[in-house]
Design a protein around this ligand. Structure first.
Ligand SMILES: [Zn+2]
Length: 81
């Protein structure tokens, strides 16, 4: 079964956290309400959250965009650049 991601159309929810993932069969009708809090939800298309980059981002570009760039120094260890 595919895993779908949903978020509340508005407001937040202390039950589902306002955003949740749910495994549903392909044949299931579109989910319109949070099964927990019954508030209206919309499906999150994950590609919207990860825009395709036209070119590889350099470290300095990432930094200027506000990222904290970490360099992996060994397994499980990272160093701030
Ligand atoms: Zn909810």
């Amino acid at each position: 079964m595919p895993l779908y991601e949903y978020e509340l159309c508005e407001g937040t929810c202390t039950i589902c956290g306002g955003r949740f993932t749910l495994r549903r069969p392909l044949t299931a009708p579109p989910l319109e309400k949070c099964p927990l809090c019954k508030k209206p939800v919309r499906r999150v298309i994950s590609s919207f959250n990860t825009p395709r980059l036209t070119k590889p981002l350099s470290v300095s570009e990432a930094k200027s965009a506000g990222f904290t760039v970490l360099k992996r120094v060994s397994k499980g260890e990272y160093e701030r650049l």
